[in-house]
Ligand binder design. Structure first.
Ligand code: IPM
Ligand code: MG
Length: 368
């Protein structure tokens, strides 16, 4: 560990995890409370770790989002546990559309070269899914989303803005290097975790340049992984199959934008956003990787104590696994699985009445 001992990180992050979900990190009223839970005590061991709620408060006042100095500080850690980010999708008077997303979340992903966004889509036993005939055996896929290219590069601009001749360009950036390292990661992941099939999801019939590059890179890389079955689906067909026959998917590798879209669909079939974890990985480990629930900050339910904290806990488990702390990761996954199996621990999104803190405590109790 660069800055902290593992136990310190492990326990502190658990505390942070509960905070991150029980309060809305994007809500100015909630951010100042962020320091309290890190000193609250869990039955295991409690320690203080830096949280960046203060960063948010400072930024809110100075109208800065994530200053370079703060990014540098974050980059030097082994891992970042990110609560959530977001604002009213139509924009708000105080915060222009997309500012928090691009200047905080995407800035971290890009600047720290977190080129893999790993999003497991698994239905845990006992968790309700909207799919009528599907169970945990049917919904068990891992989506590998390219995370530093594609339509997310902010490569574009306006011409003649606010005139009838306005032109807006948003260019999809696709590099052989970026695509190949992402596809290779998907195959390596399949190999390491005994997954049998890797499916490329793209749109080669329309995006005949960018996605043709994806397809050619996929064909080249798959030759190095003879034991792994492969497939290709257009993204529109993929959304249909994720609903009608999710079992066909094992590992999916896809572009940044398509990955964004299909992982929300994935979240829906695994019980909702409250169950969907993710990892923004820099597999080279030259800068910190970041772990976050797939959901946003849900300002509408901030401070009400019924947000589902399981996605955050599962993200913590992904973090521990990345830090080679397999037993700790397994313990959290098991605790989440057991807690989620009991309907009395279901928060509103899962059709129950449990509270955020109640579910958090139930998971922590299993870790004692
Ligand atoms: C996600 C989110 C982000 C994305 C937003 C908040 C920028 O939707 O992590 O899936 O589009 O990647
Ligand atoms: Mg998304």
């Amino acid at each position: 560990m660069k800055k902290t001992g593992l136990l310190v990180l492990f326990v502190a992050i658990l505390a942070t995890a509960v905070w991150a979900q029980s309060n809305d990190s994007a809500a100015p009223d909630a951010a100042p409370q962020g320091t309290a839970p890190t000193s609250a005590s869990f039955p295991t061991q409690r320690v203080q770790t830096p949280t960046y709620a203060d960063l948010y408060c400072a930024g809110f006042i100075s109208k800065q989002t994530l200053p370079d100095a703060a990014l540098k500080e974050l980059a030097a850690h082994d891992a970042i546990l990110f609560g959530a980010v977001g604002v009213d999708p139509r924009g708000s008077a105080q915060i222009p559309q997309g500012i928090l997303e691009t200047e905080i979340l995407l800035k971290m992903r890009f600047e720290l070269d977190q080129y893999i966004n790993l999003r497991p889509t698994r239905l845990l036993p006992g968790v309700p899914t909207p799919l009528k005939n599907a169970g945990p055996d049917d919904i068990n896929m891992v989506i590998v989303r390219e995370n530093t290219e594609g339509l997310y590069c902010q490569n574009g601009g306006f011409l003649y803005k606010d005139t009838p001749h306005e032109v807006a360009n948003q260019i999809e950036v696709t590099t052989r290097h970026g695509v190949e390292r992402c596809i290779r990661y998907a195959f390596e992941y399949a190999k390491q975790f005994g997954r049998k099939k890797v499916t490329l999801v793209a749109k080669t019939n329309v995006l005949r340049f960018a996605h043709n590059l994806w397809l050619r890179a996929f064909e080249a890389v798959k030759a190095d992984y003879k034991g792994i079955e492969t497939d290709y689906h257009h993204v529109d067909a993929c959304t249909m199959y994720m609903v009608s026959k999710p079992k066909i998917y094992d590992v999916i590798v896809t572009t940044n934008m398509f990955g964004d879209i299909i992982t929300d669909l994935g979240a829906a079939i695994q019980g909702g956003m409250g169950m969907a974890a993710s990892a923004n990985l820099n597999p080279t480990r030259q800068a910190a990787s970041m772990f976050e629930p797939v959901h946003g900050s849900a300002p509408d339910i901030a401070g009400k104590n019924f947000a589902n904290p399981i996605a955050t806990f599962l993200s913590v488990a992904m973090m521990l696994e990345f830090l080679n702390q397999r037993p700790a990761a397994d313990a959290i996954n098991k605790a989440c699985r057991e807690v989620a199996a009991d309907p009395k621990n279901h928060t509103r999104d899962l059709g129950g009445t449990a509270s955020t803190t109640g579910v958090g405590e139930a998971i922590c109790a299993k870790l004692e």
